[in-house]
Design a protein around this ligand. Sequence first.
Ligand code: HEC
Ligand code: HEC
Ligand code: HEC
Ligand code: HEC
Ligand code: HEC
Ligand code: HEC
Ligand code: HEC
Ligand code: HEC
Ligand code: HEC
Length: 423
Amino acid sequence: MQSNTAAFLMLTFWLAMAPALSAQTGEVNSCVSCHLEEGEELAVPVEGMRNDVHAQNGLSCADCHGGDPKAGLDGDMDAAMDPDKGYIGVPSRKDIPTFCARCHSNTAYMRKFNPRVASNQLERYKTSIHGKRLINGDEKVATCVDCHGVHGIRASNDALSLIYPTNVPSTCGRCHADAEYMADYDIPINQLTSYTKSVHGVALLDRGDLGAPACNDCHGNHGAAPPGAPSIAFICGQCHLNNSELFFKSPHRVAYEENDFPECETCHDYHDIQHPSDEMLGVGENSICIECHEEDSKGYATAIAMRNQIEFLKSKMSTADSLVALAERAGMEVSDALYQLNDADDALVKARTQIHSLDLDNIVNVTNEGVTLADAALLAGTNALSEVQFRRKGLAVSLVFLLILAVGLYLKIKEIDIKHPLR
Ligand code: HEC
Ligand code: HEC
Ligand code: HEC
Ligand code: HEC
Ligand code: HEC
Ligand code: HEC
Ligand code: HEC
Ligand code: HEC
Ligand code: HEC
């Protein structure tokens, strides 16, 4: 009974699938029909192909596995799965990259389907740690099907694909966060957990901000390797252009290269990147500068001076801010001062970026701009408040005046009452 229902469902499914799977030829496909009839494991690939990008492009079983989809309709599987007709069967794990690349490295072939699709995946893959280890017989590394799936491969812009940005971390994490799977290797397994807690992970996974990097934005789609120390600033610089340009012009660039310090990572970490704070700057408890710069060095002095500039601007802004807020609550028109404070805040943000230049003059210039704006806002706030005071004083004077007038009137009325008592 149950298997009858299953068979019925399969048949319905097949009727729905058949046109899609043999869209190009318009003919019945023996691979599909027999595998559905066989059911169970042999039918799984057919079901998987329902949403497969290859099926959507008119490709089917035989395009990947070879064989003759027109033969075997009579039940003769050997006629369909015939090596003489190009039947390859199931590729061994180490052969998967070349199996897929038969088409994907063939630019002319691929262009017929999609003029823009790249055809360098195998070439890039061979440069990755995955690719290099696979060639040397390590079958636990990622091959094409570990990242893309098989029988159900979706286009990269499909939100359900394994490599859609929000799905990439768990796709990589399936191996990299699995302690047992990675036990044979000498690398950490905390990438996924660190990344998930980082500014980038929170932005991408919690807020769906596709501008934040997933694993492949830093490691490449197919060339996965740990980026060497002197190329990290380029990776981060894809998105943080100002920071990397300032860093490149700073004395740290050469010094870091000579010492093999990993650029941005030295101060920000890499998977566990957090919102930076002003405390990282200077020589206080949480300063990163004092990790390398000793007292009496130029770096040490510059760290103090830069932090002082930032703190000075912040204190100016905070005083101006509270005065302007007071004036606003008293009902005064302070929009100009609010704009100035906003611009001062932009200057503060800029100053934090300029830190990467290590050039104190740059930072002084930017913070001075901010201080001028904060001072102007402070002045506007002070003026607005004295205006409030002035109006209050004016009100008090007029109240006293009105009171005197009222008393005078009262006395006058009394006087009239006495002179002309009511009869
Ligand atoms: C008449 C039935 C029938 C037809 C037609 C048929 N198959 Fe199969 N196929 C089977 C059966 C049964 C198996 C499992 C037994 C085996 O591997 O010999 C199988 C296994 C496979 C496997 C797995 C082989 C392995 O080594 O595990 C692949 C791949 C496959 N078929 C692809 C195809 C393709 C491609 C076509 C069409 C060109 C096709 N089949 C047509 C019945 C069929
Ligand atoms: C885009 C290429 C591609 C297409 C299209 C494709 N396959 Fe496969 N198939 C593979 C690869 C690669 C493997 C090996 C997967 C692995 O080792 O993890 C595989 C494995 C198999 C297996 C072995 C068991 C399994 O599920 O892994 C069978 C059976 C099979 N395919 C049948 C089919 C049938 C039937 C179709 C058509 C409905 C089909 N395949 C379409 C690439 C393809
Ligand atoms: C380590 C995971 C991983 C492996 C292994 C992998 N890919 Fe990819 N692949 C990706 C990611 C990530 C993308 C890009 C997604 C995006 O653009 O957002 C991608 C994109 C693609 C694309 C779309 C075009 C492009 O290049 O952007 C194709 C086609 C593709 N891969 C084929 C392959 C083939 C063929 C193999 C094996 C030789 C392979 N991939 C191996 C992760 C992988
Ligand atoms: C018979 C040729 C052929 C084989 C073999 C093949 N593909 Fe494809 N693949 C295509 C074509 C054609 C497209 C559609 C082009 C497009 O839309 O970009 C495609 C599309 C894709 C895409 C979506 C690309 C995008 O636009 O995002 C991925 C991912 C992909 N294939 C991965 C694989 C993997 C992994 C394998 C091996 C298991 C494989 N392909 C084997 C021909 C093939
Ligand atoms: C099928 C499991 C698997 C998947 C999925 C996978 N990897 Fe790997 N990866 C490995 C194994 C195994 C190694 C080899 C470990 C080593 O290098 O010591 C490796 C190595 C690496 C390395 C080199 C590490 C080093 O320092 O040697 C990087 C970087 C890497 N993977 C990134 C990624 C990224 C990014 C993704 C997702 C887009 C991914 N991997 C998906 C299994 C996987
Ligand atoms: C913001 C960029 C960035 C992102 C996002 C990122 N990585 Fe990395 N990853 C790096 C850098 C930089 C290194 C090199 C660290 C070093 O060697 O100094 C690295 C190293 C690695 C390594 C080598 C072992 C290790 O931990 O040092 C693996 C494996 C790895 N990353 C996997 C991943 C995976 C999986 C993800 C997603 C969950 C990911 N990475 C996300 C930048 C990034
Ligand atoms: C694909 C683009 C991209 C790449 C590559 C990238 N980032 Fe980011 N980064 C972002 C985005 C977007 C945000 C903002 C996240 C948010 O809104 O919280 C961000 C936030 C940050 C922050 C926090 C800024 C703040 O004001 O709190 C730091 C620090 C940072 N990234 C450093 C790095 C470093 C270091 C690298 C290289 C290892 C890197 N990023 C690579 C896009 C990127
Ligand atoms: C010498 C240590 C150091 C290095 C190297 C470094 N940073 Fe920073 N970075 C800082 C400090 C300190 C702050 C925080 C300043 C503050 O908040 O007062 C910061 C702040 C940031 C911010 C947030 C402020 C902003 O500009 O939006 C980003 C983003 C950032 N860094 C990215 C990078 C990138 C990308 C690199 C590599 C090109 C890099 N950093 C290299 C120390 C460093
Ligand atoms: C990982 C070590 C390291 C860290 C962390 C670090 N520096 Fe440096 N810095 C160096 C090295 C090495 C040099 C070049 C040798 C020297 O002048 O001390 C240098 C040079 C400088 C210079 C130029 C000095 C000169 O003589 O022209 C300044 C300024 C500077 N660093 C400021 C900072 C500030 C500010 C911080 C904290 C945000 C910081 N550094 C964090 C290692 C570091």
